[in-house]
Design a protein around this ligand. Structure first.
Ligand code: 13P
Ligand code: SF4
Length: 319
């Protein structure tokens, strides 16, 4: 893991990336980054992926240190799967409106009102909520997992109501939905998308399943960030309107350089609402500092970790 680094001085901006690469090597660290991170962080990462891909990468790693450039629940999953490794997150306060909108005590109360239900929770939730769940899912395997549950089994699905409704449509199953949502994916305006489509008649709308129903209904393709990227590369369409966090456009433009990708417009076009404010708390400077100081770290009570791990293992088996 290397010796602690003495100097407190920040390297000059133009050397920051080099220093991060050097520290990564010195620490025997792996850098996992979500597609919603700023492009400079994605370009430094050992693995860039969606929630499922990053959970799998965390499961497989042999590095001493996992640096998770994403949000808290993602780094927490890495720690749940790797209790013996150091897991650091550049900004420990990088939360998620879905995870934050499902407090464990309120969720316990909700479950008490639905006895006999299997609990399927989207990975965007806290370790406490995971520990109350039977199986975890991500946006890339939610329908597959729900479809494998016994037909007559009542199911609670939390915390994203839009993904839940999309899974209901895909599987024909009735789900009891926790009323949570993502602040970023709720921001897109159907009216503004229609106007953009009228100006670009050959453009295809593609969307993440955390978007609201009218957007999903209009979309030519709906999928997780990795699925959206794969579709963007393989579709014959040359122009796409992308309804998800705009960080994914970096990989789309890199991997399909001859195509045109436009972010789906939010209701208020003067804001940067299609950038996740939580994801964007991570910066190159904080990434450097967390590699240098190996802090802030994810720490979890062992009993909670073990309970939260069971439904994640179940997901990894079922998907
Ligand atoms: P995926 O990584 O599964 O596409 O989910 C997107 C997201 O909102 C992560 O917080
Ligand atoms: Fe959470 Fe939405 Fe940000 Fe993803 S984009 S981390 S779901 S707030």
């Amino acid at each position: 893991m290397g010796l602690p680094i003495k100097s407190d001085a920040m390297p000059p901006g133009h050397l920051l990336e080099e220093e991060i690469v050097r520290l990564k090597r010195e620490r025997n660290a792996v850098l996992l980054a979500h597609y919603y991170q700023e492009s400079e962080i994605q370009d430094l990462a050992d693995h860039v992926g969606d929630s499922l891909g990053l959970a799998r990468a965390a499961q497989k790693t042999t590095a001493d240190v996992i640096v998770f450039a994403g949000v808290h629940f993602m780094a927490e999953v890495a720690k749940i799967l790797n209790p013996e490794r150091v897991v650091v997150l550049p900004d420990l306060s990088a939360g998620c409106s879905l995870a934050d909108g499902c407090p464990p005590a309120a969720f316990r109360h909700f479950l008490d009102q639905h006895p006999g239900h299997i609990v399927v929770s989207y990975i965007n939730c806290s370790a406490e909520v995971k520990a109350m769940s039977d199986v975890i899912c991500t946006s890339s395997n939610a329908a597959k997992i729900v479809a494998q549950l016994p037909k007559d089994q009542p199911i609670v699905f939390a915390p994203d109501q839009h993904l839940g409704r999309f899974v209901m449509k895909q599987t024909g199953r009735e789900l009891v939905l926790w009323p949570g949502s993502c602040i970023v994916h709720e921001t897109f305006s159907e009216q503004k998308i229609i106007e953009l489509e009228l100006r670009n008649p050959s453009a295809e709308l593609i969307a993440h399943p955390e978007c609201e129903e009218p957007i999903l209904r209009r979309a030519k393709f709906v999928g997780s960030t990795t699925a959206l990227l794969e579709y963007a590369i393989s579709s014959p369409a040359q122009t796409m309107i992308v309804a998800t966090e705009e960080g994914i456009l970096h990989a789309m433009r890199r991997d399909a350089p001859h195509k045109t990708f436009s972010p789906a417009p939010p209701e208020d076009e003067s804001c940067a609402c299609n950038q996740c404010p939580h994801m964007r708390k991570n910066t190159l400077e904080k990434l450097y500092l967390c590699l240098r100081d190996l802090t802030p770290r994810l720490e979890l009570d062992e009993a909670l970790r073990a309970r939260a791990k069971r439904p994640i293992d179940r997901m990894l088996e079922l998907s």
